[in-house]
Design a protein around this ligand. Structure first.
Ligand SMILES: Cc1cc2nc3c(=O)[nH]c(=O)nc-3n(C[C@H](O)[C@H](O)[C@H](O)COP(=O)(O)OP(=O)(O)OC[C@H]3O[C@@H](n4cnc5c(N)ncnc54)[C@H](O)[C@@H]3O)c2cc1C
Length: 390
């Protein structure tokens, strides 16, 4: 398995880092305090082709390969967890459209998503539950050429500014995906404020009260909404979040190394106290291991290996735990300095906790990974008992 970056990928990585370090990182705490992501920044990210990174060139996107998209998410996650969630949900809608959209739907929406003329949001979670999302209670009822949507989605990232919502609703008990445009009669957005992390991710509740959607905006078939359409989006979302967590953890580590190299206690630099060295060594090792798991998922993605789904779950599970641990240590190393809203490390810690909850919480990843591990083990046992059956 080749985990080396090519020269062009290294150049892209340097470009992403430079942009995010210059244009986003210095302002991320301010965005966080204001609980908003400036429209001008979103427009600039669109102009640079970053926001439409996963959209192929034939639909006006940048058509990045899996590794370049991963490196971009890492650079974004290093600068701002909230901005990473914009990249994630926007590209989840694009990915679902690419895989499940009709030719007409792809032609209609992908160029606008690629150019940032439409911002995508992903509406799966409902007040009654997120982990058990297959049990959505939002309904879609046929009415002539249209569908009438009734229900509520909550905790929807960037709902406050999104203009194209991918929502899942039940058609006679079968989960089905729909594209809903902002401004559709019966669609109402209520902002959610006061989140602990992802404070500038402009969350909202998406209320659909007799919301009339043309039949042409069903995405995939009846019954495909959760298993296929949302499944595709979530696989991609986990991949993006895993890389973003590596970036966040790297930022927390870098801040800690810088602080430990200049702060003195008991006549010595923090860097020279063995307990701090232990923490730093664990942080360095964890970040490196998380990045390697992301690279492994990436190589499998490029190869179209079906085992990718599980490898992505493993990468997301591990990287989000690493982000949380490393950001927690970063606050510890900074002491009181790490506890103010002027210090980025406390933002990293708050955002890292969210990473463990979104795109399938860590408990859900543990269930999936352990079940899969047992299936693999049982298959190997069977193959050993009866080698002819493979
Ligand atoms: C900042 C933020 C942004 C978000 N953005 C979006 C978005 O854009 N679109 C969207 O659709 N949703 C979004 N969500 C919702 C997110 O996907 C859900 O919060 C997540 O799926 C968990 O669902 P829940 O909060 O309802 O928790 P629940 O499902 O009620 O779970 C509560 C706790 O119990 C655990 N748990 C649940 N079932 C089990 C089990 N069987 N065994 C062991 N433990 C279990 C969970 O892991 C969790 O720790 C966002 C959430 C946050 C916080």
């Amino acid at each position: 398995m080749d985990l080396e970056l090519s020269a062009s990928q290294q150049a892209a990585q340097a470009e992403y880092r430079r942009f995010m370090d210059e244009r986003v990182a210095p302002l991320a705490d301010e965005f966080d305090r204001r609980q908003e992501m400036p429209a001008e920044l979103i427009a600039e990210l669109s102009r640079c082709g970053y926001l439409g990174g996963v959209v192929p060139a034939q639909y006006a996107g940048a058509g990045l390969d899996a590794i370049s998209w991963g490196l971009l998410c890492e650079a974004v996650g290093r600068a701002s967890g909230s901005l990473l969630s914009l990249f994630t949900v926007h590209s989840m809608v694009a990915q679902a459209l690419l895989k499940w959209g009709s030719a007409a739907q792809r032609q209609q929406w992908l160029p606008m998503l690629a150019r940032g003329e439409r911002i995508g949001a992903f509406g799966l979670t409902e007040p009654a539950g997120g982990s058990d999302a297959g049990q959505s209670t939002t309904t879609a009822t046929a009415d002539g050429e249209d569908w009438i949507l009734q229900g509520e989605k909550c905790w929807i990232s960037f709902a406050q500014v999104a203009s194209l919502f991918l929502v899942v609703a039940q058609v006679d008990g079968k989960a089905t995906a729909f594209l809903v445009e902002r401004g559709t009669p019966g669609l109402h957005i209520e902002p959610i404020e006061g989140m602990s992390g992802f404070r500038s991710a402009m969350l909202g509740r998406v209320l659909m009260d007799g919301c009339r959607v043309p039949a042409s905006q069903m995405l995939g078939r009846i019954g495909f909404g959760f298993s296929h359409v949302a499944g595709t989006a979530l696989d991609h979302g986990r991949y993006s979040i895993a890389w973003g967590c590596v970036g966040l953890a790297q930022a927390a580590l870098d801040a800690s190394l810088a602080y430990a190299g200049q702060r003195k206690t008991f006549g010595a630099l923090l860097l020279d106290h063995q307990l701090i060295q232990g923490m730093l060594a664990d942080m360095i090792t964890q970040v490196r291991a998380a990045r390697l798991l992301c690279l492994r998922a990436c190589v499998m993605k490029e190869a179209g290996d079906p085992a990718l789904i599980m490898e992505t779950s493993i990468a997301k599970y591990f990287a989000s735990r690493v982000a949380s641990d490393v950001a927690g240590h970063a606050v510890q190393i900074h002491g009181a300095q790490g506890c103010t809203d002027r210090s980025a490390v406390q933002r990293y810690m708050r955002d890292a906790k969210i990473m463990e909850i979104i795109e399938g919480s860590n408990e859900i990843q543990q269930i999936l990974i352990s079940r899969h591990g047992y299936r693999d083990f049982a298959a190997q046992q069977r193959a050993q008992i009866n080698p002819t059956q493979g």
